[in-house]
Design a protein around this ligand. Sequence first.
Ligand code: PLP
Length: 387
Amino acid sequence: MVAYLDNAATTPLDPRVGAAMAPWISGMAGNPSSLHAPGREARAAVEAARAQVAALLGARREEIIFTASGTEADNLALIGTVQASGSGRHHLVVGVIEHPAVIETARFLERQGVDVSFVPVDGFGRIDPDAVRRALRPHTRLISVMAASNVVGTLQPIAEIGRIARDAGIPFHTDAVQAAGKLPLDLAGLPVDLLSVSAHKLHGPKGVGALYVRTGVTLEPIIHGGGQEHGLRSATENVAGIVGLGRAAELARSEMAEDNARLVHLRDRLIEGIRLACPQAYLIGDPFRRLPGHACLGFAGQEGEAIRLLLALDEAGIAVSTGSACSAARGAEPSYVLQAMGFDALRARGALRLTLGRFNTAGDVDLVLERLPALVGGLRPLATARA
Ligand code: PLP
């Protein structure tokens, strides 16, 4: 049995979500665009899921566009906005610690001639809304700032940034892939125009996401074809995945308060326990405004050893991450997120990310607190690690 503390990378499927998806995986799942009975049933299932996602976000049903991932939702928000802005000069304002799904899309647009301003963060990974205001230009087409950081767990002041965007008449996108289902998001009152969600971060299936598009916001599709999803995302709908996202959203909505209270308690016990047992441990990210289940820690003087620590924990049956699963392919490169927060290149390799979800127990936290201190004690100090 593995103690899985990498819920920011992906979450285990809730069995209740699996049960809702099952008939759409194995049975006669019709094409939602077909007019016969199996088609109509599939359409009804997709629309029911749309209502469930809308309810989680305080949105209207017709404002939810299903996509194949959070990454695709982010791409649609950025590229779709720029392409809907016609010819002429365009400018985007993007947070510097955004997920690569936003950063790399912004860079792609930059290569097409779009101007991009990357807004800095402070030592806690927090964006100053005034820095967003100062970055605006007459040809700014979109502001994109994530709701919560996947790497350090810090929550961004999206309500304030949204108000700045609204005052300036500029659409505001937030990547809420880490926040949706974990923090109350009520788009009826929140000044957000576009918002990305991914099912696998809230105990739903992988390979399905959604983009909330506020009524009146214009986007150009990035995938062309049969005109599904109000013409914004052509392709036969992934009915099973969409049903899974819907059920996951419904469960997150009804269990959020209870889940969060438990997660905050487990997270704080984890952080305090590690700090007590390892005096060199320090918390990374905002100590207060952070995701309920998110702990990101550095070990002073041993930062270069994070990957060894991860592998040792893996052998001890504990699954964690060194910062972001999405950068695992890049090996021991320093994290651009930590560097943006002011860490030097060596310290920026040193984060250990432990993220809790609905299925973690006090026993998982106990196991980490039992095993981690000895493993940290066995690490080489920085000077020898470098030699
Ligand atoms: N945005 C954030 C903040 C994420 O954490 C992730 C996944 O790690 C994504 C976007 C990408 O979502 P997906 O895996 O559904 O493409």
